[in-house]
Design a protein around this ligand. Structure first.
Ligand SMILES: *Cc1c(COP(=O)(O)O)cnc(C)c1O
Length: 358
């Protein structure tokens, strides 16, 4: 494995002192991990350097054609003082899966995990300790070739930045209102829906703004071809408990394969629930709601972990779910996954990875 060079900052920033006031994604630590790629040479010079602006040629391909991938994960300061990651190998595996779809050369998953651990160790004083706070981790790769013709770049920059973030729920799990989007679509099969790549998020902004204007928290995306089958909720995967079946849309290429989704499916099966990954139409969910069979619904993702859905609007159809309250399975999943992440309960699946003592 390549050596990771370290250059420490001479001007460390002031760290936030009141962790209960932390928001999301606006404070960054003192250092970042960088690594370059050049065609013919491969990935080279993995290094940890002081955090700061990147120098880019105005013709850099990322700025014009969005050739980019990213990841989102967290490090948690556990009660025993150990800083841990949650299934980080899955994130770097997914990063390489995203890479392959947008023609970015794969990274060495072990090397970048090593780089991440080393970076967190250097920044361990930035890992917040207040209840439900964490260190958000954003690895990403951008195309840096200065070239305006449309083709894959010959040069790339891999970056990891870190941001201490506050509790997602300040006052306990809070059910959200969802707007079922029938006009705009996020992704189509054959496109890039299964990749964490920047263009998907640009495509999602308009619908999000329209939903917010109508006092809805998130958009529920339908498939881009028939506007019939359920895909995701905002930037979360989605689950419905209908009768004694728990259903989540199957991965057909237009849905992001969430690691929280995967963990949720594995946990539910471990507990003996009947879980299906299959096509599910919005009509089926509306019918279940009408018949009193829609028992609960929730989104899954790294940021919120579990986000209970209390209300959905699909055209004129209004669905109130579980009286707008948190469902039993949503609460059990939230308690178990966050319990494992913050080391409050045993991790029988080997999902957590030790980084260092705080
Ligand atoms: C990141 C993301 C998710 C959730 O993935 P996790 O690995 O669970 O955080 C779901 N949908 C979209 C569109 C995403 O970008």
């Amino acid at each position: 494995m390549m050596d990771i060079r370290v250059e420490l900052t001479k001007t460390p920033k002031e760290k936030p002192t009141d962790h209960t006031k932390l928001g999301f994604g606006d404070i960054f630590t003192d250092h970042m991990f960088l690594m370059n790629y050049k065609k013919g040479k491969g990935w080279y010079d993995p290094r940890i350097v002081p955090y700061g602006p990147l120098q880019l040629d105005p013709a850099a391909m990322i700025l014009h054609y969005a050739q980019e991938v990213f990841e989102g994960m967290k490090a948690y300061c556990c009660e025993d003082g150990m800083i841990r990651l949650f299934r980080p190998q899955e994130n770097f595996k997914r990063l390489n899966a995203s890479n392959s779809h947008v023609c970015i050369p794969p990274v060495d998953e072990e090397l970048v995990l090593e780089g991440l651990k080393k970076l967190i160790e250097i920044e361990k004083d930035w890992v917040p300790t207040a209840e439900n706070t964490s260190l958000y981790i954003r690895p990403f790769i951008i195309a840096t070739d200065a070239h305006l013709g449309v083709r894959p770049s010959n040069e790339y920059l891999f970056v990891i930045i870190l941001s201490p973030v506050g509790a997602y729920y300040k006052e306990g799990l809070n059910p959200v209102k969802i707007y079922v989007e029938t006009n705009y679509v996020r992704a189509v099969r054959g496109g890039l829906g299964m990749c964490k790549t920047s263009g998907n998020y640009a495509a999602s902004l308009k619908a999000q703004v329209v939903a917010n204007e109508q006092n809805y928290t998130q958009v529920l995306w339908l498939d881009g071809v028939e506007r019939k089958y359920i895909e995701e909720v905002g930037t979360m995967n989605v689950f419905f408990r209908i009768g004694d079946e728990i259903v989540t849309p199957e991965l057909r290429g237009s849905i992001l394969p969430g690691i929280t989704r995967k963990s949720t499916v594995e946990l539910l099966r471990h507990w003996g629930y009947n879980v299906s990954e299959r096509l599910i139409s919005i009509q089926e969910v509306a019918d279940a709601a009408k018949d009193g069979k829609l028992i609960e619904a929730f989104g899954t993702g790294t940021a919120a972990v579990i986000s209970p859905i209390g209300h959905m609007k699909w055209g004129d159809v209004i669905m109130d779910i579980n009286n707008g309250e948190i469902g039993e399975i949503s609460q059990k999943l939230y308690d178990t996954i966050t319990g494992i992440q913050w080391g409050k309960i045993e991790d029988p699946f080997g999902w957590t990875v030790d980084v260092c003592k705080k």
